[in-house]
Design a protein around this ligand. Structure first.
Ligand SMILES: O=C(O)CCC(=O)C(=O)O
Ligand SMILES: [Fe+2]
Length: 262
């Protein structure tokens, strides 16, 4: 049996103060954004989710945060990642990223589309996203990769969370990873592709025949399914310049059946 591939565990740090994030301006009108399927039910892209100008504003701002270089040597079973990171629990920012950018309409369908946005029915959306998407994971992770840094092959795991919604909290689980790239070759960053690999785990039905390398594009968002169906993937080594990423996850409502949340 091949060795078990590491799973990425994310630990939010509850006491980090909320950063004074720049406003999301300028953005393209949400009607100009679309979900582009790269691999059905697995990898979806949103080109120009952030404009180039907004990305450059964010990179300048994120540079002022106290990023910490992750140690080259992970704990047993953790993925080897080597980058500079900042992690904060920020429900407000997660909500803004969900509501003020057009992401919610893209994922859940807009009102004007009569509940059938993007040609998908309500049922198809639930099937695709793994339930009713209610927002983004408040655990916001910022990555900076400089020359020679990378994120080794791993799977992203599902997390169970409780969102602090009003009037009552909402139990959720994460189902898809969101990566928002703020830099690319046009800003002087070479390498750093997110690469999905075939994997040889016995009985794993969600795999790819050939590797899929997604090149960086300034302002592009990438969504990929995680948890049980996660594809083996890596953040390839950056060979020049800096790669900046904002990471969160889609959260779906946990269904309560027979008194148990699933
Ligand atoms: O930076 C990348 O391209 C990949 C990041 C990643 O895989 C993760 O955050 O789990
Ligand atoms: Fe990952």
């Amino acid at each position: 049996m091949p060795p078990k591939k590491p799973v990425l565990k994310s630990k939010p740090s509850p006491n980090t103060p909320r950063p004074n994030w720049p406003v999301f301006k300028p953005l393209l009108p949400s009607s100009d954004l679309a979900l582009t399927t790269l691999l059905p039910s697995q990898i979806i892209l949103i080109h120009e989710f952030f404009t180039q100008k907004l990305c450059s504003t964010y990179v300048k701002f994120l540079n002022t945060l106290p990023l910490v270089t992750t140690p080259g040597k992970p704990k047993r079973g953790d993925a080897l990642r080597f980058n500079d990171r900042y992690q904060v629990n920020d429900e407000l920012f997660a909500r803004r990223l969900w509501e003020a950018t057009g992401l919610r309409e893209l994922v859940c369908g807009g009102e004007e589309e009569d509940g059938k946005g993007g040609g998908m029915t309500e049922e198809e959306r639930r099937e695709l996203w793994g339930g009713e998407v209610v927002g983004l994971n408040p655990s916001i992770r910022i990555y900076r990769y400089t020359q020679g840094q990378y994120f080794d092959c791993h799977y992203d795991e599902t997390n169970d969370l409780v969102l602090a919604t009003k009037p009552s909290p909402t139990p959720v689980k994460t189902t898809w990873t969101l990566l928002l790239y703020l830099t690319s070759p046009t800003t002087g960053c070479q390498g750093g592709e997110t690469v999905f690999h075939p994997d040889e785990l016995p009985g794993k039905k969600n795999t790819v025949e050939k590797e899929i390398a997604v090149g960086l594009e300034t302002g592009m968002a990438l969504l990929h399914k995680h948890g049980h169906d996660c594809l083996l993937h890596e953040g390839r080594e950056v060979t020049e310049g800096e790669k900046w990423v904002i990471r969160s996850d889609l959260c779906v409502r946990k269904e309560k059946s027979k008194g148990v949340f699933t």
